[in-house]
Design a protein around this ligand. Structure first.
Ligand SMILES: [Cu+2]
Length: 113
């Protein structure tokens, strides 16, 4: 009896693994991280899949902001405190300019495919 249950469990695990694997490759590389460090976005250019997200990490000891003025993809996370991480999702393909309202020199570009 115990052996039968184990076999059933193994079959279930195998079936779940097979069902999960194709989906795993679809969502691949749909997330990346951009740090704000030394009053700069690093990396300054990033690429993700449509529906993916960028995690903005403030590594500086002072506040930043992250926003995009790009038509069709505008967002503004407001004031981001030191050490904070903020996710921004990008639903549509396009090239999005990213800036900081506190430090106008800070620029980044996100390509969503
Ligand atoms: Cu800033």
């Amino acid at each position: 009896m115990a052996t039968l249950l184990k076999r059933r469990d193994l079959l279930l695990v195998a079936a779940l693994a097979l069902a999960w694997l194709p989906g795993a490759s679809v969502g691949q590389a749909s997330q990346t991280t951009i740090r704000q460090q030394g009053i700069a976005f690093t990396p300054a250019k990033a690429r993700i899949a449509a529906g993916g997200k960028v995690v903005f990490e403030n590594k500086d000891p002072f506040a930043h902001n992250v926003y995009s003025p790009t038509a069709g993809g505008t967002f503004d996370i407001g004031l981001q405190e030191p050490g904070a991480e903020t996710d921004v999702a990008f639903a549509r393909a396009g090239v999005y300019e990213v800036r900081c309202r506190i430090h106008p020199k800070m620029r980044a570009e996100i390509t969503v495919q």
